[in-house]
Design a binder for this molecule. Structure first.
Ligand code: ATP
Ligand code: MG
Length: 326
């Protein structure tokens, strides 16, 4: 039996031992590591398609925040907004009303990409090829076009060949479908990044996505490969999120980034200010996680994942952004 004086209730309360203080201390340490990061880029342009035909899993959020995080460490990055919803263009603060030249004009009227690209107000290193509402009709209009699956690739290859300023990364934000817009992205890219929301049904539909990728590899683009899976909207307080994360890691041990993106109020608020979370609140837990994901991704060789990264920190493993820390 415990003596009353030894009972936990009578132990002196230390704020330093509270979960929130541990989380804060960990976040501070991770920010310091990020501030010391010095990246060099390969000189090659890595072209990612950010895809998952499931809706609302964090494709756009991942595209714009990884892009902004890469730009903040010196990379030149182009985001191609291939979703008629235009959410990536909004988050990058780029005008995309119906009268603005957009990816639609590139795909349907063969405009050069250079004619539609805008610089995000966030950084001179961060470019965006915006989407407008016209893109909603492109899926149907493309059906009757010549080389309908290659139109984005042709435009991007022309841009990369003729444009003097080198791009380190191109990130293509896809709509939640496996139609011709997404197939154009698969044909133009070398690497596939799949954001997976840590919720029930996370893996459902993934075999269909990977089946489509195999078809693309066989018939349209042999260089496309699944290089990166990013776990998003992770809430470490729930058993379900932990189970989903474990299951995804079991299936794809080499592809899943060690960094996980926590569910974060700041991340969801940022687009309403026309900003990425990197600009909106770069020191918040969500921004720190996206900056870590960008570093991890940049350090992986273009040919495949590098498995020699250090183990994740305790807070990453149980990543949950509490309101107090955001
Ligand atoms: P769609 O399939 O419609 O294109 P998507 O896969 O691009 O959706 P997002 O738009 O990035 O998904 O995210 C869906 C919603 O979840 C958005 O409201 C976004 O703000 C929110 N969200 C994304 N990531 C996070 C996060 N880490 N924390 C909190 N909210 C998030
Ligand atoms: Mg989206």
């Amino acid at each position: 039996m415990t003596h009353p004086e030894e009972s936990p209730a009578s132990a002196p309360f230390s704020l330093d031992d509270s979960p929130i203080m541990r989380e804060l201390a960990d976040l501070t340490a991770r920010r310091k590591v990020l501030d010391g990061v010095d990246l060099t880029f390969s000189g090659k342009t890595r072209v990612f398609t950010v895809s998952n035909q499931k809706g609302g899993v964090g494709k756009t959020t991942t595209t714009v925040n990884v892009a902004a995080a890469l730009a903040s460490v010196g990379a030149r990055v182009l985001v191609i907004d291939l979703d008629p919803q235009g959410n990536a263009s909004t988050a990058l603060g780029v005008p995309h009303t119906a009268d603005i030249p957009s990816v639609y004009d590139v795909l349907i009227d063969e405009f050069p990409l250079a004619d539609i690209i805008q610089v995000s107000p966030e950084s001179p290193n961060l470019l965006c090829a915006p989407s407008t509402i016209h893109l909603a009709g492109a899926e149907i209009e493309l059906v009757s076009q010549v080389a309908r699956e290659h139109r984005l690739k042709t435009a991007l290859d022309d841009y990369l060949a003729t444009h003097p300023e080198h791009l380190d990364f191109v990130l293509i934000d896809c709509p939640p479908s496996l139609g011709l817009l997404t197939i154009n992205a698969f044909t133009a890219a070398n690497e596939l990044m799949i954001p997976i929301q840590c919720e029930y049904y996370a893996l459902e539909g993934l075999s269909q996505l990977l089946g489509t990728v195999r078809m693309i590899q066989k018939h349209l683009n042999p260089t496309l490969h699944l290089s990166t899976i990013l776990l998003t909207m992770y809430d470490g307080r729930t058993r379900l999120a932990q189970q989903v994360a474990e299951e995804v890691r079991q299936h794809f041990p080499a592809e899943v980034l060690k960094t996980v993106i926590p569910r974060s109020v700041r991340v969801s608020e940022a687009p309403s200010f026309g900003q990425t979370v990197i600009a909106y609140d770069g020191q918040s837990a969500g921004a720190v996680a996206y900056r870590e994901a960008a570093v991890e991704l940049a350090r992986r060789a273009a040919a495949g994942p590098d498995t020699s990264e250090p183990e994740p920190t305790q807070a990453q493993a149980s990543a949950t952004e509490s309101e107090g820390v955001s």
